[in-house]
Design a protein around this ligand. Structure first.
Ligand code: GCB
Length: 608
């Protein structure tokens, strides 16, 4: 079986379908980068006319695609030639951003949009390697530079790169991306979600220059079972990568250690220091870390902490901790649209802090890199998750590969962030043998890539021994996770708020418990009796009753109620109340705080 997976991934990577995360470039923020953000020309192409000929054969597969293929970025040579598109005369969109909220006619659009950017570029030294970096494109990106294809990336929320050293020109480069956000059954996520399927180049695009031998990857973290040992690895990429000297500097800890790379360009790190000050929400200490290789130097700011599950206790730096959390979608704080800036991330995290949080669940997919970086400096612990949501095609091998690739790319990017304490494999997925195996494979991958964090998944709860008032978690995946998390909606989908006091919990697993979601809807400014749905009073009452109920769970180690801010969802159509918004936010899309915000804040402020 393993042989089969290895063989399959080999062929998929040959075909350019899978971008293995191992080929990534870590910490792009601190490298020599040239932004390609800004205005891009676009062609909206619902019939994929620029991709297929009239026999529905892909131009890609033709040795001579001709000018009709949009990725050739052609123009009619003279008045007699027929070319039925012209990027120069087309509309524009801003990158990074979703297309739905930039252009009214694309609000509900799901399909192909071609993006084109023209640029000049001089490589700084003749020996440099040049990469093209995308923070994220939703959902499938097919990338062409100067008419030839660089590759495909599937998955809307993780970064990917291409080596363009041999393809980039000094003048007049044409970079064309076919972006397709059509929902597909075999995708991750699949057809059905409860969020807006924002399409486009939603995160930064950069050209990254590195020397011939460069630092491609590193992991520098505390050994979870020895709080004084800094462990991990550094990896070189490019040419001449073996037997090179690499130095790791952490000046504040008086660390200046030299290592030699092996034949794969990798060296293993193990250092002991008695004076490490641990990262925590109370003191989010970050150390300046510098890695120097013969040609390349890179800086980072890294926090050191341990996170462990000890029976039903959750231990941060060996001390019991309660996660005062909130869930967040990656939506702009005001007005909706995919969040994409540092300012957006800061606003969302500052609201969380104002709520009294020390923990945020980044739902339901990897958010932009500003989030974990800011969380590191603000002292907010994070749950990160991949969009294995509801009913994925559990039996489809390529779906599983895709999920695994998104997981790998998320871990690749964020494994040095102290704030990230939990990797979540899935949300509310229905138990079956195929699904269990799918998730087991994912968790094995996560544990293989990162042994310093805990694994979880937002599971579902059900009745205990047929008693509707007794609740338990009978999902077999609960045996696999380190932290038992589940969503529950008592008072909203499951009765009304007063039901909470009639419920008891039988949590049989000896693991820390997180309530990954609870909540209910309210329209900001709509007031009435606490019995009336959609009023702020109802939502506040629901929070009061749920908080009382959940505190009776003795293994409770934290919660991330649903959700910080109202977010767009096409499933939410109730006129005058929802109008396309999921109203379970504690804050409206206009930034108004609802009454329940203060109920949760009060609980968190008084909770140790
Ligand atoms: C859930 C889902 C979340 C939904 C939420 C709701 O259980 O995990 O994605 O948005 O419920 O509002 O129904």
């Amino acid at each position: 079986m393993l042989f089969y997976y290895v063989l399959l991934s080999f062929f998929l990577s040959l075909a350019g379908i899978i971008q293995p995360a191992e080929n990534g470039l870590i910490n792009v923020q601190n490298r020599s980068r040239t932004s390609l953000n800004g205005e891009w020309k676009i062609i909206v192409d619902p019939y994929e006319n620029g991709y297929y000929n009239y026999r529905y054969e892909a131009f890609d597969n033709s040795p001579n695609p001709g000018k009709a293929a949009y990725f050739t970025d052609s123009k009619a040579a003279g008045k007699t030639e027929l070319v039925e598109y012209d990027f120069d005369r087309s509309e524009s969109l801003i990158v990074p951003d979703d297309w739905n909220t930039q252009n009214e006619k694309l609000f509900y659009y799901e399909g192909t949009v071609w993006y084109r950017k023209k640029f000049d570029f001089s490589i700084k030294t003749g020996t440099n390697q040049v990469f093209l970096y995308f923070g994220a494109v939703n959902y499938i990106a097919e990338v062409y530079l100067n008419g030839s294809k660089l590759g495909i990336h599937e998955g809307g929320f993780t970064p990917f790169i291409f080596n363009i050293t041999d393809r980039i020109k000094e003048k007049d480069n044409s970079l064309v991306i076919k972006v397709d956000n059509k929902r597909i059954k075999e995708g991750v996520p699949t057809l059905n979600t409860d969020w807006w399927n924002y399409g486009g180049i939603t995160r930064d695009v950069d050209i990254i220059e590195v020397p011939g031998t460069y630092i491609s990857d590193y992991m520098i973290q505390l050994n979870p079972s020895a709080g004084k040992e800094i462990t991990g690895y550094i990896k070189l990429g490019g040419i001449d990568i073996s037997n090179r000297q690499i130095t790791l500097f952490i000046p504040e800890l008086n660390i200046k250690e030299k290592f030699k790379s092996d034949s794969n360009g990798k060296c293993i790190i193990s250092l002991v220091s008695d004076s490490i000050q641990y990262w925590s929400p109370d003191l989010p200490k970050l150390y300046s870390v510098t890695i120097a290789a013969p040609q390349d130097t890179i800086n980072d700011r890294i926090g050191f902490r341990t996170i462990k599950a000890d029976g039903s206790k959750l231990l941060l730096n060996g001390r019991k901790i309660f996660l005062k959390g909130i869930s967040i979608h990656e939506e702009k704080p005001f007005g909706g649209g995919r969040a994409n800036s540092k300012e957006d991330a800061l606003q969302l995290l500052n609201w969380s802090k104002e709520l009294g949080c020390n923990f945020v669940r980044l739902a339901h997919y990897p958010h932009n890199e500003f989030m974990p970086r800011l969380a590191d400096s603000l002292g907010i612990m994070l749950w990160e998750e991949i969009p294995v949501y509801w009913t994925i095609q559990w039996e489809n091998e390529s779906t599983s590969q895709n999920a695994e690739n998104q997981l790998s790319e998320m871990i690749f990017r964020d494994k040095n962030r102290a704030s990230v304490i939990l990797w979540s494999m899935a949300n509310e997925t229905p138990v079956s043998e195929a699904r269990n195996n799918f998730l087991i494979r994912l968790s094995a991958k996560a544990r293989m890539l990162d042994k310093t964090r805990l694994i979880s998944a937002a599971l579902e709860q059900g009745s205990y021994m047929g008693d509707p008032l007794k609740r338990t978690i009978s999902d077999p995946f609960a045996e696999v996770v380190d932290v038992l998390s589940f969503n529950q909606y008592i008072g909203w989908y499951d009765g009304t708020p007063e039901k909470a006091e009639t419920i008891t919990w039988e949590i049989t697993q000896n693991k820390p418990v997180i309530i990954s979601e609870f909540g209910g809807g309210a329209k900001a400014g709509y007031h009435g009796k606490r019995e009336a749905r959609w009023t702020e009073e109802y939502q506040a009452y629901l929070y009061e009753e749920n908080i009382k109920m959940l505190q009776k769970i003795d293994k409770l180690c934290g919660m991330s109620p649903w959700i910080l801010k109202d977010f767009r969802s096409p499933r939410r159509v109730l006129p005058g109340i929802q109008d396309g918004w999921n109203r379970k936010g504690l804050i409206s899309e206009a930034g108004e705080k609802k009454a329940a915000f203060y109920v949760l804040k009060n609980f968190y402020e008084n909770k140790n």
